[in-house]
Design a protein. Structure first.
Length: 296
């Protein structure tokens, strides 16, 4: 069975490089922590809907998912307590969330989850998002171990260190279920590998949408859409693209994020708007996808 890993961002920065910068700016780190909190909290809702759709079958999977919800709720509590103790806000993210973007990109072909292909799709999507969670928490912990050992940084690191092993368990049980299905036949293995590839692309597109605010991000979103659509049957591709094309090109959530980021820089350190933010924004023009930007 193929093994998929989260991809790097458009600027080829790895998670450890990103987090090394995040922990240097307290406000940015708090935004990341609140995003973690929100995603853990929201996933409880998403997983509950999934269990209800399964309607008790397969029984062992429903049991695994119940434990998963319990873990996610506990993580949300730990992160909420952490942010409250640090005097930080715990409101909803001001722009679209990672989970909202995932739901927008899903093609809904896995809605009939009691059918085998639907079940494979659900397991592959959960597996890809849990891998991203492990990657993010691991990179954040690594960055904090190399950051100044302030009381606050130690408290944050210890909280994330409690969460990470349970996130790894979520990846493990998902991989086990996918492996069990793949072992039934060569056809099953091919279907599992195809689903893992498809939902890895969707997960990457959702994650990049929340991280990439630089110039040309709209075109990169379009390229991601095309890449995802290529995993669908030919007759489903036009409808998938046309439904999501306006959101990708107009991207109101992206424009709002850009504005809030520039405003935050201006309010905190005005000189950095010209020295750092604008060059960072324009750097996105160096990473336009050739297939979209030039038509090659």
């Amino acid at each position: 069975m193929a093994v998929t890993y989260p991809r790097k961002l458009v600027n080829n920065m790895g998670p450890r490089q990103v987090m090394a910068e995040v922990v240097k700016e307290r406000k940015v780190q708090m935004l990341f922590l609140n995003s973690y909190r929100f995603n853990e909290q929201r996933s409880c809702q998403e997983l509950t809907v999934l269990i209800e759709a399964l309607d008790g079958q397969p029984r062992d999977l429903c049991r695994e998912l119940s434990h998963h919800i319990s873990d996610e709720a506990r993580h949300a509590v730990w992160l909420t307590d952490l942010l409250c103790d640090l005097g930080e806000e715990i409101g909803n993210p001001p722009t679209g969330s990672y989970i909202d973007e995932l739901n927008r990109l899903f093609d809904k072909s896995g809605d009939q989850i009691q059918q085998e292909d639907g079940l494979i799709a659900v397991l592959a999507s959960i597996n890809s998002t849990e891998k991203r969670g492990c990657q993010a928490f691991s990179a954040h912990i690594h960055a904090l171990r190399h950051a100044p050992a302030t009381e606050e940084n130690i408290r944050i690191r210890e909280t994330l260190e409690k969460i990470l092993p349970e996130e790894a368990t979520h990846v493990s049980w998902g991989s086990r279920w996918l492996g069990k299905i793949a072992s039934r036949s060569a056809e099953h293995r091919a279907r599992v590998n195809a689903a893992k590839n498809k939902y890895s692309l969707i997960e990457h597109a959702a994650f990049e949408a929340g991280m990439d605010i630089t110039a040309g991000a709209e075109l990169r979103r379009l390229a991601n859409l095309v890449e995802i659509s290529n995993t669908l049957p030919v007759w489903e591709r036009p409808a998938y693209l046309m439904e999501r094309l306006p959101q990708a090109l107009l991207a109101p959530d992206l424009q709002k994020t850009r504005f809030l980021a520039a405003q935050r820089v201006w309010q905190d350190k005005p000189e950095k708007l010209v020295e750092q933010f604008i060059p960072m924004f324009l750097s996105g023009l160096q990473h336009l996808r050739p297939s979209v930007a030039t038509g090659n």
